[in-house]
Write a new protein. Structure first.
Length: 153
C-alpha cells in the first residue's frame, strides 16, 4: 500500500461520498414530500369527518337535500309527450315546486358546509399546501444533488 492510496482511503473515510450525500438529499426531500402529503390527507380526512358529522346531526336535512337533488335531476330530464298529455299543468306545478325545493336545499347545504368550514377555499388551501410541499422537496433535493456534485469536483 502506498502513501498516496492510504491518503485517499483516509480522505474517503473522513468525508461522505457523493452517493451518501445524494442519498441524504433524497431522503430529506422524500421526508418533506411525505409530510406534505400526510398534511393534505389529514385535512381531507378532517373535512370528510366534518361532513359526516354534519349529516349525522341533521339526517333530515341530508334526506331533504337528496330528494331535492332527485327532483332537480327529474326536472332537467326532457319530458315525454305522454307526460305532457297526462300531467299538463300539474306537471308544471310539480316542476316549479321541485325547482324551489332544490334551490332551498342547495342554499341550506351551502350554509351548513360554510358553518363546518368546508369551503372551496379550505380545499384549495389543502391542495396548495401539498403542491408547495412537493415543490419545496423537489427543489431541496435538486439543490442537494447539485451541491453534492460540486463538492465532489
Amino acid at each position: 500500500m502506498t502513501a498516496n492510496s492510504t491518503r485517499n482511503d483516509t480522505s474517503k473515510a473522513a468525508s461522505p461520498s457523493f452517493r451518501d450525500r445524494a442519498e441524504d438529499a433524497y431522503e430529506g426531500a422524500r421526508e418533506r414530500a411525505i409530510e406534505a402529503y400526510d398534511s393534505a390527507r389529514e385535512r381531507a380526512s378532517e373535512a370528510r369527518v366534518k361532513a359526516k358529522d354534519g349529516i349525522g346531526e341533521a339526517p333530515l336535512l341530508a334526506l331533504g337535500g337528496g330528494l331535492a337533488l332527485g327532483a332537480l335531476l327529474a326536472a332537467l330530464l326532457p319530458r315525454t309527450k305522454a307526460e305532457d298529455k297526462l300531467l299538463g299543468p300539474v306537471g308544471e306545478r310539480i316542476t316549479g315546486g321541485a325547482k324551489a325545493a332544490a334551490d332551498a336545499a342547495k342554499e341550506a347545504g351551502r350554509e351548513k358546509l360554510s358553518e363546518l368550514n368546508i369551503t372551496r377555499d379550505a380545499g384549495t388551501s389543502a391542495v396548495q399546501s401539498l403542491v408547495q410541499g412537493l415543490s419545496e422537496a423537489a427543489k431541496s433535493s435538486g439543490q442537494a444533488a447539485i451541491g453534492a456534485v460540486r463538492k465532489k469536483d
